[in-house]
Design a protein around this ligand. Structure first.
Ligand SMILES: *[C@@H]1O[C@H](CO)[C@@H](O)[C@H](O)[C@H]1NC(C)=O
Ligand SMILES: *[C@@H]1O[C@H](CO)[C@@H](O)[C@H](O)[C@H]1NC(C)=O
Ligand SMILES: *[C@@H]1O[C@H](CO)[C@@H](O)[C@H](O)[C@H]1NC(C)=O
Length: 455
């Protein structure tokens, strides 16, 4: 077969031409035998033109192999004599690695790499599912401490289908933390992610499968109950995962997409410890943001105000240096944009939220930019995004931009939100100054007697 044919056959599933070109160049010198002294390699997927091999195999042998009933992975295994293996069920423990030291067991390198990818896709999801189980109890405790600190009202419902979607964010995390093989370049990381992403892109159903609730109807759960119920939710999510993997292993088109970048053609090593601490970070952010929202707390932006400089001009606020989280007291400074943010509760303007701001960063619940820079997501719902395998808009609490004027009766208070109920209240009967919230960082602070923070 000519190279041009190979290239044409591989193109529809390739996300970018990069790896193909690289592999074509490398075709001559890549050793893709199972026992290669340089190990298993991602470029072998393209180099062996696995796309054509599997497509032709299914066309020639699919009927005899009973692929329609068994699904691609299981029909391929059985037809090739590996009848005892179950690789489409992530709960199974009978999908073992294929031997690489006895190349004579395989009729071709292509057959070996097809088997190997079936195994690594199983293994990746199997370990992912285990990591979820391992991390669920600790994550539940963390969520309980977030709720204890933010203390949302007892009646703060969130929907279970949203929670399922949020758990889908763990797929992104696990695909980033997979493939960091000590000593190796870690290129598998990007390839696994890109491969899965194109499979999810091809079949919108995969993303939906991940996010469904196991009961027919969407339910509501109180924020305060999520921590204690997390293990149960994780089990539901693992069932979704199981169905998703069955879909990928069962349909050779999706299998080819997932494997297309070669991410599963290497030895795939997942670090279960890294994952356990990182996996549920997004869920923490979601719960934190939901709890802020339930309390009416919003992120406010003082556009263009550099808090460190501003503090030198007035004794009304204090900010001498930033701590590790990038904040001083309640102020978080966005260095790139040159704006300062602070949490704000329209019904409780005397609260600085200093303790909460430190707690968020110090406990590793979220980074402060995730809590403050939410301009694009305020008021939206988290959604699965197949391009990043992640969830867009995990933090959706409110966001308001201060409208600063020199006039004591500055109105409106924000450019995009209603005034606080107390906005415009005079500091006293014979005073011109107005009472300002702790999140205020505007020009009135520079005027003598322009403001007070308490009456
Ligand atoms: C069909 O299966 C047979 C037996 O394993 C194999 O020798 C042959 O190469 C397969 N056909 C294709 C087109 O892969
Ligand atoms: C496999 O998945 C593709 C993409 O979602 C779909 O078009 C095709 O119908 C599926 N094939 C089978 C046999 O279900
Ligand atoms: C900001 O306040 C001034 C006067 O107080 C007002 O004229 C202006 O329209 C406000 N800006 C926005 C964007 O609301």
């Amino acid at each position: 077969m000519k190279f041009s044919h190979i290239l044409a056959a591989s193109l529809p599933l390739a996300v970018s031409a990069g790896p193909i070109t690289k592999a074509l160049a490398a075709r001559q010198d890549v050793d893709c035998s199972p026992s290669s002294s340089t190990g298993l390699k991602s470029e072998c997927w393209v180099s062996l033109d696995m796309n054509t091999y599997i497509t032709e195999w299914v066309a020639a042998n699919g009927t005899d192999a009973n692929c329609e009933a068994l699904g691609f992975a299981q029909c391929f295994l059985q037809f090739n004599g590996f009848t005892g293996l179950t690789c489409n069920l992530i709960t199974s423990d009978t999908c073992t690695p294929f031997q690489t030291d006895s190349p004579e067991k395989y009729y071709s390198n292509q057959q070996f790499y097809a088997l190997w990818n079936i195994y690594t896709i199983y293994q990746f999801f199997n370990q992912y599912s285990q990591a979820l189980s391992n991390g669920a109890s600790l994550a539940g405790q963390t969520i309980d401490s977030i709720i204890a600190e933010v203390a949302p009202p007892v009646e703060s419902p969130t929907s279970t289908s949203t929670l399922m979607k949020v758990l889908g964010s763990t797929l992104n995390v696990v695909s980033m933390f997979t493939g960091f093989i000590p000593g190796a370049s870690g290129t598998a990381v990007g390839f696994i992610r890109a491969g899965l992403s194109s499979a999810f892109d091809l079949s919108g159903k995969l993303g939906q499968t991940l996010g469904v609730t196991q009961t027919a109807d969407d339910r509501f759960i109180q924020l305060g109950e999520i921590g204690a119920s997390l293990a149960g939710f994780v089990e539901d999510y693992q069932t979704n995962l199981l169905n998703t993997v069955q879909e990928i292993q069962g349909n050779h088109t999706l299998f080819l997409a997932a494997a297309s970048q070669g991410g599963f053609s290497q030895r795939v090593t997942t670090s279960l410890t890294i994952q356990s601490s990182e996996l549920f970070k997004q869920l923490q952010l979601f719960v934190l943001s939901s709890a802020l929202k339930a309390n009416g707390i919003v992120s406010t932006r003082s556009t263009g105000v550099k808090v460190l400089d501003f503090a030198k001009e007035t004794s009304e606020i204090s900010c001498e240096a930033f701590s590790a989280g990038g904040n001083c007291n309640q102020w978080w400074y966005d260095e790139a944009a040159g704006s300062t943010y602070a949490l704000h509760n329209p019904d409780d303007t005397e609260n600085t939220h200093v303790d909460l701001t430190f707690a968020i960063y110090d406990n590793g619940w979220a980074t402060l930019d995730q809590i403050f820079k939410i301009e694009d997501c305020a008021g939206k719902e988290p959604e699965f995004d197949s391009a990043t395998l992640g969830i867009t808009c995990m933090a959706t609490h409110g966001w308001c931009e201060w409208n600063y004027t020199d006039s004591p009766r500055a109105d409106p208070q924000f450019t995009n939100c209603d005034n606080d109920g107390s906005w415009g209240t005079l500091c006293g009967s014979f005073q011109n100054g107005i009472k300002v919230p702790e999140s205020y960082l505007g020009p009135l602070l520079l005027i003598d007697g322009g403001t007070c923070k308490k009456l």
